[in-house]
Design a protein. Structure first.
Length: 259
């Protein structure tokens, strides 16, 4: 069955209520980095203001929301787009996961992909620091790709090489005023679920609920993610993460440059 049968009307007739907390991973961001560039806190404040002025505007409706929530709605997607967002599309997507483990598996994959796309950039010996945060969401206009009838096109929704089917679905979903799409993570070895907020209206809080600091370290055979509070370690097999069409193609191009 072609994924193109899913019109806006067909999707709206399959809405589900979705409500819980989701997790998102971002590179650790704090003001310590800019403090190194100035001599006083007043100078740092001004520097932060100047940096903010240069950033793209965010929807005015999000002015009272924490920046970690509105950031995905202010920047354009990568050149080839993302799973539920076409190249150059103005509407943002807040990508997250139902568990921090799934969110970290996604981050581990894209960390690997980053270094393969920049083969002359050495993998650092020190682990990279990330912030994991959770936020509440809820909607009556949700689509769940992990259950019938949308499950029938699971092969299309989980295609690792092409986002065309998911981007087509997202276009029709926006026409139906969908707020959330729940889907299977193609990067998580435990088949965790991802949550994509197409609209900020699905947020049920204006700031993160919880935060965790994680350190991600890339080793020859594995990627280790470590959190101290709570004490938790996740280990991902590099061979499994590298078994991906994007990475296989890049490895063929770069050959011995890949570690």
């Amino acid at each position: 069955m072609s994924y193109r049968i899913w019109t806006a009307a067909a999707l709206s007739s399959n809405f589900h209520s979705l409500a819980d907390s989701c997790w998102r991973i971002v590179e650790a961001q704090n003001r310590v980095s800019t403090l190194k560039l100035v001599e006083t806190f007043q100078e740092q404040k001004r520097l932060e203001e100047l940096l903010e002025e240069k950033k793209p505007p965010y929807p005015p409706e999000l002015s009272s929301y924490h920046y970690l929530l509105f950031t995905p709605f202010r920047y354009e997607p990568y050149e080839r787009g993302s799973r539920f967002r076409r190249r150059g599309q103005k509407e943002g997507v807040f990508y997250a996961a139902e568990s921090v483990e799934t969110a970290m598996a996604e981050m581990a994959f894209y960390r690997l992909l980053f270094f393969l796309e920049s083969p002359n950039t050495p993998i650092p010996d020190n682990p990279a620091e990330y912030t994991a945060f959770s936020v509440k969401y809820g909607t009556n206009k949700g689509l769940d790709l992990t259950i019938e009838p949308l499950l029938r096109n699971q092969k299309d929704w989980t295609d690792k090489e092409s986002y065309e089917a998911c981007q087509y679905l997202a276009d029709r979903a926006r026409e139906a005023y969908t707020e959330i799409i729940r889907s299977l993570s193609v990067r998580c070895p435990n088949q965790g679920k991802n949550i994509a907020l197409l609209s900020w209206k699905a947020f049920k809080s204006k700031k993160p609920e919880a935060r965790q600091t994680w350190r991600l370290s890339i080793k020859p055979n594995e990627i280790a993610a470590i959190c101290e509070h709570p004490n938790k370690t996740l280990v991902f097999d590099r061979a499994l993460l590298e078994d991906d069409p994007h990475i296989r193609k890049l490895k063929e191009v770069h050959g011995g440059l890949w570690r």
